[in-house]
Design a protein around this ligand. Sequence first.
Ligand code: ATR
Length: 276
Amino acid sequence: MIDSHTKLCCIIGNPAKHSLSPQMHNVGYEALGLNFVFLAFQSMNIQIALAGLREINARGIAVTIPHKVEALKFVDKIDEAAGNIGATNTILNDNGILTAINTDWISAIRALKKVTDLKGKKCAVLGAGGAARAIIYGLIKEGAQVNIFNRTVEHAKILTEHFPANGFHSLEQTDIISDCDIIINTTSVGMTPDMEKSPIPAKCILPRHVVFDIVYTPLMTKLLKDAKNVGAKIITGEKMLLYGGLKQFELFTGKKAPFTQMKQALQRALQNKEIN
Ligand code: ATR
């Protein structure tokens, strides 16, 4: 029951109403009988939002687009990963001390490691934005070899100056993509309403590839359909959402997250999203 002792966790974004985090976290709190609540707040100003949440002693703050980079300016501590990636998706409030964390790389690596080893594997990362930075950070930590492919090659080049990646290329360099073992899409290409689009042509996907798409609307993107058609292993975007939610739950509550209940809550939320 919500009362005057209830601990507040939330997601801050603009927009925020599409977030699936409240469903996942609140089901988790209920499953463990924790006096927590998780809400979604739309805010255009992350500085004011964080000051308010600090003042009212909110326990945990998930940060989403467009605040992931800006939020780093308004916290007291930054963990190594968030600092290196240059973005945070999770802020922990320990009695007024805000610590920025990045769990995006942890959830992506967990999703990948379910189906493949990463050490020494050649990875094609499609995209060079914030999501790409988090995933590249994780891949390099795991000992993978990273090639970055992007529409704007200059943006990929900038990433290779920050991370020890193997090379940067345009999305048209499909022979180099084919030569990789793992293909990861971090761009928004294929997201509704452009569901017929893929960042790369189907012909460069081979049966031996592992293909991971972080887009989750729809779950079966054109890229993943093409990969499935040739018999490649696929990983859908909801894995990253789920593992990210579980990690945040554990950071906010200090308890082991109830995996089955949170997974089912996410699946129900995704189904409702498809219907609406
Ligand atoms: P995020 O933080 O979610 O990664 P972002 O920082 O805006 O979002 O990055 C978006 C990525 O998707 C970029 O790599 C972008 O390519 P550019 O650097 O050329 O802008 C890529 N992207 C977005 N729309 C695209 C499209 N229609 N075709 C190819 N790449 C696209």
